[in-house]
Ligand binder design. Structure first.
Ligand code: ADP
Length: 293
């Protein structure tokens, strides 16, 4: 199972260069596509899901060009879009049965598959309740069940944790990790904690470009010895934030303790601090921000 993305760009009709010369190869495991809003994550996912075509470059699944042969991708793809919506008056089995029919799954096979999926996503207990009363997290789990109807080799989930409470977020992460054991799972998010403990690999996007692809550990290693903590007077906080990527602030009696990335000791009272993925991420974004449009 391998998805090859080679020098892919996507420019929308209005001239927006949403994806710029992205190359990436992904295989089994959970791959986190991390980037701020507007970075191009959704567009890249739509390109992979064959919902839009690149302006340049090629995308191949196990060697087959999916722009020329979208059906080859769609057969093995599960896609959870950002704006996944449910029919509020249906129960989860009714909704999934309806979606299975739309996807052309034979009725007999669909029934058994839906029971298995409700169990996988932890909605077996609420199978008789209508979806309108589900929490955001429960609805997203219905979305994942829907994306899994065809037992896909590639599962693409576009910002699935937006709007979920912390408990649901953790539950959703665990679910995606389990699903990534025998397939490719591509998860986009702008929240570092969604991917820091679970992703086997991270692809970081900013302003349409891929700025890094590596394991979370490798990224963290890149800022080792460059992370500091020190206390600054409240009046100087603005200047410090302008100068360094600050990932944590704690208010203390004598000022504000900042946790920030800097190549060299930023102040005489600064001491080295253990690096986090958030440090690595913000540092990368600050290095690559504001390229010309
Ligand atoms: P992300 O998912 O990282 O938030 P998107 O792929 O949604 O990023 O958006 C990347 C850029 O492309 C943004 O500037 C966005 O406004 C723009 N964009 C997205 N969809 C369209 C579209 N259909 N037409 C024109 N511009 C778009």
């Amino acid at each position: 199972m391998e998805l090859h993305i080679d020098n892919v760009s996507k420019t929308y009709g209005d001239g927006t260069r949403a994806v710029r010369d992205v190359s990436l190869t992904v295989s089994e495991g959970l791959i986190g596509l991390l980037g701020p809003n507007g970075a191009g994550k959704s567009t890249l996912m739509q390109l992979i899901a064959t919902l839009t075509k690149p302006t340049a470059g090629t995308l191949r699944w196990n060697g087959t060009d999916i722009v020329d042969h979208p059906a080859a991708m769609r057969r093995v793809l599960g896609y959870l879009p950002q704006d996944f919506g449910v029919y509020p008056e249906l129960t989860a089995p009714e909704f999934l049965d309806y979606m299975a029919a739309l996807k052309g799954l034979p009725g007999d096979a669909a029934g058994a598959r839906i029971d298995t999926l409700l169990d996988i996503v932890g909605l077996e207990d609420v199978r008789d309740r209508v979806l309108g009363g589900f929490s955001g997290g429960m609805q997203q789990r219905v979305g994942i069940a829907c994306a899994l109807l065809n037992d896909p080799d590639l599962l693409v989930a576009d910002e699935p944790t937006v709007g979920l409470d912390p408990e649901e977020r953790v539950r959703f992460r665990t679910l995606l990790t389990d699903l990534a054991e025998d397939r490719v799972v591509l998860l986009s998010t702008h929240i570092v904690s969604d991917v820091e403990a679970t992703a086997t690999r991270l692809a970081i996007m900013n302003d349409g470009r891929l700025t890094a692809t590596s394991s979370p550990k490798t990224l963290i290693d890149q800022v080792r010895d460059c992370v500091w903590e020190w206390v600054v007077p409240r009046s100087e906080l603005g200047t410090v934030r302008d100068r360094y990527p600050v990932t944590k602030l704690t208010h203390e009696s004598d000022g504000v303790r900042v946790h920030a990335v800097a190549d060299q000791q930023p102040a005489t009272n600064a001491s080295p601090a253990p690096p986090t993925l958030e440090d690595a991420y913000l540092s990368l974004l600050s290095d690559t921000s504001t390229p010309p449009r």
